[in-house]
Design a protein around this ligand. Structure first.
Ligand code: CA
Length: 268
């Protein structure tokens, strides 16, 4: 089930059972300004992993591909490669990030026009690009970026999905949205049309910020309050393992990808 966090406070809840082992000694954190942990897994049901992790220069994110045959993988890997290439050696800025996503879109769109076997392919893309003082978030589709600051988790992106839009318009309740048969339908994707409108979000960096970027294979299986509890109780490496484990134990119905980033130098 998807969990919809739009505009709603998480109710206070007992931490889930698997989180009660926080007393175990934690491993020491390496002495690095940024600690980044990435995980991806095919899950327990799907035959292939169409998610792709994005790991570039001060750039991290996920792309969740869709499309028959090899379309999904081609789209998510193609978007990753195009974005990393477009941003290489550039000074981070929202304009450059937007242009990079437009470049990725144009390339995938062209590719599927030339190869009928890729028709219909597309991908979500949610990426964080860090300058010295800011985090620029580029976002298309229903992958998500969350920020944990001062012990509280906020969803920083809005899902571009049919059910999220119906929910925002008040036409579906949270529960209807979570169980809707069309909950996998996204309303914006990279590569499906000639033009693209990416969301660009800018957030000041603060020391201690903890970021999570994930595909719907995580937040669709694990409720936000359990995600928040895992992130706040553990080191990034352990939290990443735990989140993956929770998504798989909950059924792993989709590919699961996640990036956990601890910013230990923000605000300088
Ligand atoms: Ca997915």
């Amino acid at each position: 089930m998807k969990s919809f966090a739009i505009g709603e406070e998480s109710p206070a809840k007992e931490p889930a059972e698997e989180l009660r082992e926080a007393e175990e000694p934690e491993e020491q954190l390496p002495d690095l300004p940024l600690i980044v942990e990435t995980r991806t897994d095919v899950g327990r049901v799907r035959a292939s992993n169409q998610d792709t992790l994005i790991e570039g220069e001060r750039l991290w994110g996920v792309a969740d591909g869709m499309g028959g045959h090899n379309g999904g993988e081609t789209a998510s890997k193609g978007a990753r490669d195009a974005l990393i290439e477009a941003l290489r050696d550039l000074e981070p800025s929202p304009e450059a990030l937007r242009a990079g996503i437009e470049e990725a879109n144009a390339r995938l769109f062209q590719q599927q026009k030339e190869d009928a076997s890729l028709a219909g392919m597309g991908t979500t893309l949610t990426a964080l690009w860090l300058s010295d003082h800011f985090v620029y978030i580029g976002h298309v589709g229903d992958s998500r970026a969350y920020l944990v600051r001062d012990g509280r988790m906020r969803q920083m992106t809005s899902d571009h999905s049919l059910v999220a839009e119906l929910f925002r318009m008040g036409q579906l309740t949270r529960e209807q949205a979570a169980n809707h048969p069309m909950r996998n339908v996204i309303t914006r994707a990279v590569g499906t049309e000639a033009g693209i409108e990416a969301d660009l979000i800018v957030e000041e960096r603060r020391k201690g910020d903890l970021w999570l970027v994930c595909s719907d294979g995580l937040y669709g299986m694990v409720e936000d309050d359990r995600i928040e509890a895992a992130l706040t109780a553990h080191t990034p490496a352990k939290a990443a393992d735990l989140l993956m484990d929770m998504a798989l134990k909950a059924g792993g119905r989709d590919n699961v990808s996640l990036v956990v980033l601890l910013d230990r130098e923000g605000g300088q």
